[in-house]
Design a protein around this ligand. Structure first.
Ligand code: SF4
Length: 457
């Protein structure tokens, strides 16, 4: 897309907004789209030419808004992109990844008029406003439990039994990499002990531990047991607010591994089917079946662990009806948590470019699927407790963690809102330090083989 600006230099907002409709399209002259934004007095005009059509919109700067200029320029661009693509974004002009932060800022500026202003000027749907409010309610207890000096330990297990087609993580497929695991675990355990010592030196108390992946249950029961025993040496497991092992793929979960996880003090596990349709699982390369999920979930429920189920809205081949069947199946199992992600597309721009009609249809249907998930979670007593948006998700949507009251994951809340420092251990893990509300990050080396070679230092 070629961008021409007159009397304004706000390309940041224009680019952010265009990414909602043309993800990662980039501003070059090659794609046959021209967007011209002109400021005249207290108005912005956007003129967008694409495929021989031209769309125009003009918006005034509203002085009652604290960011009136940004709102006007985005509104004009939103109109022309919506007219050209037929896509409506339920989050309206909001392009950031943390809608709750925006909602809190809006509340502090507009008070009781917040919802009205968000709908009228920022084009946020009432459903998303309700989601923000309910998410804030769902976070209250965890936020209140967070004390100065509390910190998190994140442990990365970057191995999976096979690679899902939509995967955007740095995860090694076990098999050829299998022999790397013992060495990886040796180095990882050294780092866990070192990071816990560093937390101690910094006056931090680890209150949440999150073992994520990849697929942590790719490890054998003995390996999990040994690793978790090291965690127990590093931190006081009995006083943790949360200790999650994100098991992940049902085909890797066994009763023996669950026993090891439970015996070593974990409080929460994630069993992730993503969908309850076998043909979709096959299509996306998950290499497990719905029956595998039911077996693994059944085993997990025999333990004392709280169980989370991860789903993805917008998977290739899924439909709103199919997704509703998945929601029916999952809510009938009565898990403690349900996390609904929206499909992230690494190559979203190519998809939109190569299959524009399919992309628009998929975006519309994903909006419907997310709507269905919200309705089911509400009906079955799940409160949203964390919420974030990711660039390049189908339909400009969000990822939401839902929980039965008292089963929220504090780690997710603290991590998302930068409420605690994080000590990261393992390949591709990030440590996060917060000083005077400024966040600095230290990233470990990305790949497991480098991590082993370089001994994480
Ligand atoms: S289970 Fe998760 S991390 Fe592993 S390949 Fe699939 S999407 Fe990637």
């Amino acid at each position: 897309m070629k961008l021409i600006l007159h009397n304004t230099e706000d390309s940041f907002d224009v680019v952010a907004l265009s990414n909602l409709f043309y993800p990662r399209d980039g501003f070059t002259e090659e794609k046959g789209k021209i967007l011209t934004v002109t400021r005249t007095g207290d108005s912005f005009e956007a003129v967008f030419s694409v495929n021989g059509n031209t769309y125009t919109s003009v918006h005034k700067i509203h002085s009652e808004l604290y960011d009136g200029e940004r709102c006007a320029i985005k509104s004009a661009c939103y109109d022309v992109f919506r007219a050209a693509t037929g896509i409506e974004s339920p989050w309206g002009l909001l392009s950031g990844v943390r809608p709750i932060r925006f909602y809190e800022t809006a509340l502090s500026r507009y008070g009781e008029k917040t919802d009205e202003i968000l709908q009228k000027f920022y084009l946020v749907t009432p459903e998303k406003i309700d989601l923000c409010k309910r998410t804030m309610e769902g976070q209250e207890a965890a936020r209140a439990a967070n004390r100065t000096g509390d910190a998190a330990l994140y442990i990365s297990i970057p191995f999976c039994p096979s690679r899902c087609k939509y995967c955007s993580f740095v995860s090694q497929v076990t098999g050829s990499e299998q022999e790397l695991i013992p060495e990886y675990l040796t180095v990882l355990q050294e780092e866990i002990l070192a990071k816990a010592a560093l937390a101690n030196e910094n006056g931090h108390r680890i209150t949440t531990v999150y073992m994520g992946g990849g697929t942590p249950t790719t490890l054998s029961a003995t390996q999990l047991d040994e690793l978790m025993k090291t965690v127990a040496k590093a931190v006081d497991v009995s006083s943790l607010l949360e200790y999650t092992v994100e098991a992940g793929r049902p085909d890797t979960i066994t009763a023996e591994k669950l026993k090891a996880v439970e015996a070593n003090g974990a409080t929460r596990i994630s069993v992730n089917p993503q969908t309850l349709h076998d043909e979709i699982l096959q299509n996306v390369g998950r290499r497990h079946t719905v029956a595998d999920f039911h077996r693994a979930y059944g085993e997990a429920r025999k333990t004392s662990l709280a169980v989370n189920i991860d789903l993805i809205a917008g998977l290739p081949g899924d439909t709103p009806k199919g997704f509703e069947q998945t929601m029916q199946g999952v809510t009938a199992l009565d898990p403690h948590n349900i996390t609904v992600h929206t499909l992230y597309l690494k190559r979203a721009a190519d998809y939109a470019e190569e299959n524009p009609e399919e992309f628009t249809k998929n975006a519309r249907e994903t909006v419907e699927m997310v709507h269905i998930s919200q309705a089911y979670c509400k009906q079955y007593g799940y409160l949203p407790y964390y919420l974030y948006r990711q660039k390049n998700t189908v339909g400009n949507l969000e990822n939401v963690g839902y929980a039965k009251k008292g089963f929220e994951s504090p780690y997710n809340i603290y991590m998302m809102d930068d409420l605690q420092p994080i000590y990261g251990a393992g390949a591709n893990a990030t440590s996060k330090f917060i000083e005077n509300r400024t966040v600095s990050r230290v990233c470990n080396t990305k790949f497991a083989y480098n991590y082993v070679k370089e001994k994480w230092k």
